[in-house]
Write a protein that binds this ligand. Structure first.
Ligand code: SAH
Ligand code: SF4
Length: 392
């Protein structure tokens, strides 16, 4: 018989399970608290439950759906990438990033991805399968436990650990990683919980919308994990139905859209799904989203040397976002996040030089488009954006 996975159940479903087992419904609340507030994932450690119920849980349910296969660290231990094996053998990755004032977990929503973006390591795997809500949630819980263990271990990184951040860094990457060293110097063991969650790991969240949304609701639940909706961000490759659906959703989570090119020809070459949802449709949907919600979206733009980083492309992008391109209207309520491309082995692509990135940013700003450059974490352990490929 298939074992129920507790992390797949919301409180009402857990109450039903207790009724089916002839237990009083308040036991469900106790278990729910143990899972999402105390972060306990071993029924034996749920000390407020009667022994018989604990034994029954041990025998009947599957608790943690993630089996840790490997842990890697970078940035003086402030970036941690976990490789997990799921119950059917599929592999996924999760990344925890600790900063001075916050801790962010980057969560996967699928094993692999069907979208095939040419610059992305996950895209090269193809899609294995969708994750269940429990498999998505368990990644956030792992990160919380990991953070707690890191705090319990004591002192902030030593100077020699900080040196390690630069020593594994290639010369050409120096310009951005110097900022990371600054980070580690300031970080203390003060961050007490996972404060931010980004659905930017492996997979396309909107291609697994139902289960992804269940995970969002459960992680948000004030009676449980209690993560603010504003502290969650979903990144999509640009699936229009998902954007329109999120516009109507009850929780105001943040939306990031992977744009990467200012015209359809180039975008279709980089992001094949653009043929299905071309720029005009994508930006019209984005406009509908910002009008409906009043919330600003952020556009992600990975910079590839000589490909999409030319000044004329920055100008075309600015025009597009100001409503003067294929989607006409007032300027979009948006912000652009430039992402220096992280190398993916076996691709002929290259990362834009710093000067090029700065120039691109300046052009957007000159045209009145808010724009920042993302400071990356974890490139040395292939944990940065788009490098997740789940290899043992
Ligand atoms: N499927 C979703 C979310 C996961 S990818 C999406 O595509 O938005 C998260 C972000 O990493 C996206 O903006 C994606 O375009 C970017 N990305 C992919 N490969 C990358 C790489 N090699 N270097 C930098 N960013 C990359
Ligand atoms: Fe999938 Fe996002 Fe990678 Fe594209 S960038 S292949 S959508 S994970």
């Amino acid at each position: 018989m298939l074992q129920p996975v507790l992390y797949n159940l919301n409180l009402a479903e857990l109450e039903q399970l207790m009724r089916d087992w002839g237990q009083p419904p308040f036991r469900a609340k106790q278990i729910y608290r143990q899972l999402y507030v105390n972060l306990v994932c071993d029924p034996a450690a749920m000390s407020d439950l009667p022994g018989a119920l604990r034994d029954h849980l041990i025998q009947t349910v599957q608790l943690d759906p993630l089996q840790l296969v490997q842990m890697q660290q970078a940035d003086a231990g402030l970036t941690r990438k976990a490789l997990f094996r799921l119950s059917d053998g599929a592999l996924i990755e999760t990344v925890l990033m600790i900063y001075a004032d916050r801790a962010t977990v980057c969560v996967s929503t699928q094993a692999g991805c069907a979208m095939g973006c040419v610059f992305c390591a996950t895209g090269r795997l193809g899609l294995l399968r969708n994750l269940s809500s429990g498999e998505i949630i368990a990644q956030a819980l792992w990160a919380s436990r990991e953070l707690r263990a890191w705090q319990a271990r004591g002192p902030a990184p030593t100077p020699s650990q900080r040196m390690a951040v630069t020593s594994h860094t290639h010369e050409e990457d120096q310009w951005w990683s110097n900022e990371q060293v600054g980070f580690s110097e300031r970080v203390t063991q003060q961050v007490s919980r996972v404060t931010n969650l980004v659905f930017m790991g492996m997979g396309e969240p909107f291609a697994n919308y139902e289960r992804w949304w269940e995970a969002v609701e459960r992680l948000h639940d004030p009676q449980g994990f209690n993560l603010g909706a504003r502290n969650m961000t979903v990144s999509t490759v640009g699936l229009v139905p998902g954007i329109l659906r999120l516009a109507e959703a009850a929780l105001p989570i943040n939306l990031a859209i992977s744009l990467h090119a200012p015209d359809d020809q180039l975008r279709s070459a980089m992001v094949p799904v653009n043929r299905r949802y071309p720029l005009a449709d994508l930006l019209d949907a984005t406009r509908a989203y910002t009008e409906r919600t009043g919330r600003r979206v952020s556009f992600e733009y990975v910079l590839l040397q000589g490909h999409n980083d030319h000044p004329y492309q920055a100008m075309a992008l600015a025009k597009l976002l100001r409503g003067q391109g294929v989607s006409k209207g007032p300027p979009l309520l948006c912000h652009v996040n430039l992402i220096p491309w992280n190398p993916v082995p076996g691709t002929p692509l290259g990362r834009s030089e710093r000067m090029r990135v700065n120039e691109f940013q300046q052009i957007l700003r000159d045209y009145g488009v808010a724009c920042t450059i993302r400071v990356e974490r974890g490139a040395a352990i292939a944990a940065a954006c788009g490098q997740l490929a789940a290899h043992v």
